[in-house]
Design a protein around this ligand. Structure first.
Ligand SMILES: NC(=O)C1=CN([C@@H]2O[C@H](COP(=O)(O)OP(=O)(O)OC[C@H]3O[C@@H](n4cnc5c(N)ncnc54)[C@H](O)[C@@H]3O)[C@@H](O)[C@H]2O)[C@@H](O)CC1
Ligand SMILES: [K+]
Length: 510
């Protein structure tokens, strides 16, 4: 699913109005109707108190239209206008008149702190103060109103965006932003819904199709995509009946050190569980019995050193090499890595201490084969590319880095982002149970496996991240977040595939 920018969405609105020969008021009515239906579906006419805060732009216009629809369906609604200016938008004004025709009185105006209504536990608050039009921080009594709403125990639903979030930048630390429990957003999720600095304001999120011009949506390109089941499914290559283990490639996983052999065992298990034909594991001598016992399906070659990697000689021409988990950063290992890079031309996957070695030895970056996949968590990324001020700057810096070294970066997080030179893919699967030791090692194995199966490196990264998260989700649905350990993610990969191939794709399916 494409993630459009605010200016693209505004353009889509304008083109829709022209091509469908409707007024902007009619489009607003359509948008408000989709919100009303979602609320009505959930509340089912419940006799709870609904308080709606409307700004004086088009987000406020939506709020007024939603209020009218709720009132017409018998809900107990109190409408407040957050009257910060007299410059009301045309569509706001049209809906302002229409609601008066229904209620026979004007909504209450809020112009100062004394006008704030009490908000109680169990009440339902709708935030329609600002949407994508916010262009400066919310200040003065309006900021205090936002805090008043946040400090209440009411359930808060945001229309299009939580008020106070900008579509294209991070609010300041002390800026007022609505802390929504739920956000119903029009046509396209906004990028800020997925950034670590802003995602917590959004709560649960649902995208509503308001019927914007199909051609515009299909033809307009975006450099950000959301990866859900529908998108992931399109990336999948079915296995051929007429095939053998060689058809799915030979992956070489190199990693581990004394006390950390488990990491490369997890990675290699994931390689085989994700469908690679063959897996050879290269470990220090101390890992031999561990791997042979823990993963009899793999072949093992050992370093001459007992405790760590010092000299990587395999005599293999593997289809892909995964390097770095559990290796430490000793000088001998750095030397071994350098020699490996000098003799490798196929894209590699580098993770964990492999990344830390790259951060301390920038000259090695130049040796990385084109389209290699790096899988840092935020700390590892920071060591690689330096500090950033906010998430938008981070994105710019990662893109520049990908371009400079022709790499693919998988930035792990609550939403994992995959970058290539031009594009960014936001993953939707995964859960807090996966914040557990070794889940990154498993992800490296999953992506390595797809690389060995000849998936294009970018697709291997995007699909691998999706499947890895889905495996964790399926496990957590049956068990719990807490009980999940990373070996479960590897062992459960088959179910993630099964789920991907099941055909009941719906728009909001993960
Ligand atoms: N035809 C359309 O354009 C549609 C618009 N829709 C709604 O319209 C919203 C966008 O509406 P608007 O562009 O009117 O913008 P908003 O309603 O988000 O904001 C209103 C205006 O407030 C001013 N403003 C910005 N920051 C401020 C601040 N900190 N303090 C005081 N004033 C500030 C700006 O001039 C802005 O245009 C969307 O989020 C969506 O909810 C939907 O009805 C769908 C159709
Ligand atoms: K809002």
């Amino acid at each position: 699913m494409k993630i459009f920018s605010a200016s693209q969405l505004k353009e889509a609105d304008e083109i829709t109005i022209k091509n469908q020969n409707i007024t902007s008021e009619e489009l607003m009515e359509r948008a408000a109707t989709t919100v009303f239906h979602e609320i009505h579906r959930r509340l089912q006419g419940a006799a709870i108190s609904v308080k709606i805060f409307c700004g004086i732009g088009n987000n406020g216009g939506d709020g007024l239209a939603i209020s009218r629809m709720l009132i017409e369906h018998g809900y107990q609604v109190k409408v407040f206008i957050v009257n910060y200016s007299e410059k009301r938008s045309e569509d706001f004004l049209a809906n302002y008149d229409r609601i008066k025709n229904v209620t026979r009185q004007w909504p209450e105006l809020i112009k100062k702190e004394e006008d704030f209504p009490d908000l109680n536990k169990g009440e339902f608050v709708i935030d329609a103060i600002f949407g994508i039009g916010l262009n400066r921080p919310i200040e003065g009594w309006m900021a205090r109103l936002i805090n008043h709403i946040n400090n209440s125990d009411a359930f808060v639903l945001a229309v299009d965006m939580p008020s106070g979030l900008f579509p294209d930048r991070i609010p300041g630390k002390n800026d007022a932003v609505i802390n929504a429990d739920f956000t119903l957003t029009f046509q396209s999720p906004k990028l800020v819904f997925f950034l670590p600095q802003t995602m917590d304001f959004v709560g649960d999120m649902q995208v509503l199709d308001i019927g914007l011009d199909q051609n515009y949506l299909a033809e307009t390109t975006t450099d950000i995509q959301l990866i859900r089941k529908a998108e992931a499914h399109q990336l999948y290559n079915p296995r051929k009946k007429n095939s053998h283990k060689g058809s799915y490639g030979h992956a070489l996983t190199i990693g581990g050190s004394y006390g950390k052999i488990g990491s490369i065992l997890l990675t290699s298990t994931a390689v085989l569980r994700t469908g690679a034909g063959l897996c050879t594991v290269f470990v220090p001598k101390c890992g031999y019995n561990v791997i042979q016992t823990g993963l009899p399906e793999a072949m093992v070659i050992t370093d001459e050193n007992f405790e760590m990697l010092t000299n990587i000689k395999t005599g293999l021409d593997a289809d892909v090499i995964c390097f770095g988990v559990g290796i430490g950063t000793s000088e001998e290992t750095v030397g071994a890595f350098k020699e490996l890079l000098e003799n490798t031309t196929k894209p590699m996957l580098i993770d964990a201490d492999g990344l830390n070695i790259l951060s301390k030895n920038n000259d090695l970056l130049e040796l990385l084969p084109e389209n290699s996949v790096l899988t840092p968590h935020p700390k590892e990324l920071q060591r690689l590319i330096g500090e950033w001020n906010d998430d938008f700057q981070k994105i710019d810096m990662v893109r520049k880095f990908c371009r400079q070294y022709k790499l693919i970066i998988v930035l792990k997080g609550a939403y994992t982002f995959t970058f290539d030179e031009n594009n960014m893919y936001i993953n939707t699967t995964g859960n807090p149970g996966m914040a557990t030791a070794g889940s990154g090692d498993v992800l490296s194995g999953v992506i390595t496996s797809l690389l060995s199966q000849k998936y294009d490196p970018l697709i291997a990264a995007v699909l691998g991240v999706y499947l890895h998260g889905r495996s964790g989700d399926i496990y957590a649905e049956e068990q719990s977040y807490e009980g999940l350990i990373s070996g479960d993610i590897a062992d459960n990969m088959g179910r993630a595939y099964n789920d991907l191939l099941r055909s009941n794709n719906s728009e909001n399916d993960k």
